[in-house]
Each structure stands twice: as structure tokens, then as C-alpha cells.
Design a binder for this molecule. Structure first.
Ligand SMILES: [Mg+2]
Length: 285
């Protein structure tokens, strides 16, 4: 990195929100400097939260994954779109009957939260598009009938991602493909997005932390979701170059879209004065 531009913060934030994939881990590997960064923040009593737009996993599955990677984390510190979608429905449409085009984790969370689900288009109030690898014509027909024929339901989505990237360059079609299929046949527009970059995601993740967003730091590897969400909510942000975004991507942004800091590894979040105090070296993990 170019050392003529100081790239790291000189003080700690009041709370940190981390994207997971490409920021904390890549596949089944913890990224360099992650363990000691999270350890140091926790040692100082600074709230640390983890986010994912992926609705195909329970928060519990992230607890297990982080534990396996040597980063034990409580379930309340993890927020994904299973959590945001369920809580948003509970708060705003508690009596609605929903049709969730979704895999088991979201459908299970909805029923545990007491949200009524139906496949009968005549009684569906809300169609939920999500990342659903069991999506088929039957589900599309139910959504179409509920929204277009019965003119009753409206459409929301768990997350706006077009595809979910895999290590090695492949990927899977994500929620945006399913939202687009429903929008195309019903000539309707998705009303609410419950994943990044929606501010709903950041508010839910910091629930209970009692901190002002402008005092918190959002850390992630994707400019259009992680960093955009920080910009939209007045948070400071760090783009870590261990996942999707490259230094060239960041350099190409205009000032209004640029993250506060661009870092090559996560432990640059820790101020350099603390590196000295702790005797950290670049080569350590
Ligand atoms: Mg990511």
C-alpha cells in the first residue's frame, strides 16, 4: 500500500460492525489479522457485531462457523437477513399472512416468530423474495396470483445481491434474480429491502448497543453494499481489500462514495499507537 496516505484510524470507534465473507473469512480460512483485531476490541469492551445478507443460514450456523475458525461469538452479535426480515415483519406487519420464497432457515424463523405463512394466493398479504435454491415455476405462480391476479399482496426482499460469490470465482444466482422474476411478470416493484445496504440492517445489528451511528465503524469488502450502507447512515467505514473490492475500485470512486479508510488487512483498524504498545508486527496474525 502507498504509505504516503495514512490509511488507518488514529482512535477507536464506539462499536464495530463487520461484514463476514471477504472481511472476516474467505471460504474456511480466517483472514490475516482478524483474530487479534476482534480480540483487542473485545478486550476494550467495544461492541463487535457481524453481518451477512445471506438468508440461507441460521444465525446459529454462523456461531458454529466462527467458533470453528477460532472466533467464538454469541448469537446476539450476529445479524443476517433471517433476523432482519423476521423482526421487520413482527414490528410492522405482525398480522400479515406471508408467502416466503425461501429456504428452511427463514421459513423456520418466521414460524417461530408466530408469523402466518400460506401458499394460498387468495390470503397472502406479503410475498418475500429471497435467496432460494428451491425456487421453481410453482412458487412464481403463487407470487404472481397473490400480487397480480388477486391484487392483494406486495413484494419485499431479503437482500438485493445479484449473485453469491464463491471462492475460486464461481457463484450462485442470489435474491435479485428471484425479485426480478416476480417484478417482471407482475409489473410491480419490490417495496422493501431487508439486507445491506438498507439502514434497517445496521439498526438491527446494533440493537441494544446504545451508540450513535456516527461514532461507529462499518467494515466490509463490498463498496455497493457495506460501504454504501455506512455512507447512507452517517457511519465511518473501512473497506478491507481482502475480498471483492480492489485498491483500483476504491481509487475510481468520487469523494462522496469513498470509504473513510481503505486497509489491506483487518488489524489496520487498530490505531498504530496501540500496535506499538502491544508490540505487534506486520508478520504476526
Ligand atoms: Mg463480503
Amino acid at each position: 500500500m502507498d504509505n504516503s496516505h495514512p490509511a488507518s484510524p488514529s482512535a477507536f470507534g464506539r462499536a464495530y460492525v463487520f461484514d463476514m465473507d471477504g472481511t472476516i473469512y474467505l471460504g474456511d480460512r480466517l483472514l490475516p489479522g482478524v483474530r487479534r483485531t476482534i480480540g483487542e476490541l473485545r478486550r476494550r469492551g467495544i461492541p463487535v457485531r457481524f453481518l451477512s445478507n445471506n438468508p440461507t443460514k441460521d444465525p446459529q450456523q454462523y456461531v458454529e462457523k466462527l467458533e470453528t475458525l477460532g472466533l467464538p461469538t454469541g448469537i446476539d452479535d450476529i445479524c443476517n437477513t433471517v433476523v432482519t426480515t423476521t423482526r421487520w415483519l413482527k414490528e410492522h406487519h405482525t398480522d400479515a399472512t406471508v408467502f416466503a420464497i425461501a429456504e428452511e432457515p427463514l421459513r423456520r424463523a418466521l414460524s417461530e416468530a408466530g408469523i402466518r405463512q400460506s401458499e394460498d394466493p387468495e390470503e397472502i398479504d406479503i410475498v418475500i423474495a429471497s435467496y432460494d435454491r428451491t425456487f421453481d415455476y410453482r412458487k412464481l405462480q403463487i407470487a404472481f396470483d397473490a400480487i397480480w391476479f388477486h391484487k392483494r399482496a406486495f413484494l419485499i426482499q431479503t437482500n438485493p445481491d445479484r449473485f453469491c460469490p464463491f471462492p475460486g470465482g464461481r457463484g450462485e444466482p442470489d435474491c435479485a434474480a428471484i425479485t426480478a422474476a416476480i417484478e417482471a411478470c407482475t409489473n410491480t416493484t419490490c417495496r422493501v429491502n431487508l439486507g445491506k445496504p438498507s439502514p434497517i440492517m445496521i439498526q438491527e445489528s446494533l440493537r441494544g448497543a446504545d451508540v450513535a451511528l456516527e461514532d461507529c465503524v462499518m467494515v466490509g469488502d463490498r463498496l455497493q453494499t457495506d460501504i454504501q450502507m455506512a455512507l447512507d447512515t452517517g457511519m465511518r467505514s473501512a473497506c478491507v481489500l481482502t475480498g471483492e473490492a480492489t485498491a483500483e475500485d476504491v481509487a475510481a470512486l468520487d469523494d462522496t462514495h469513498r470509504p473513510t479508510w481503505t486497509i489491506d488487512r483487518l488489524d489496520r483498524l487498530i490505531p498504530s499507537s496501540v500496535w506499538e504498545e502491544l508490540g505487534w508486527a506486520e508478520t504476526d496474525d
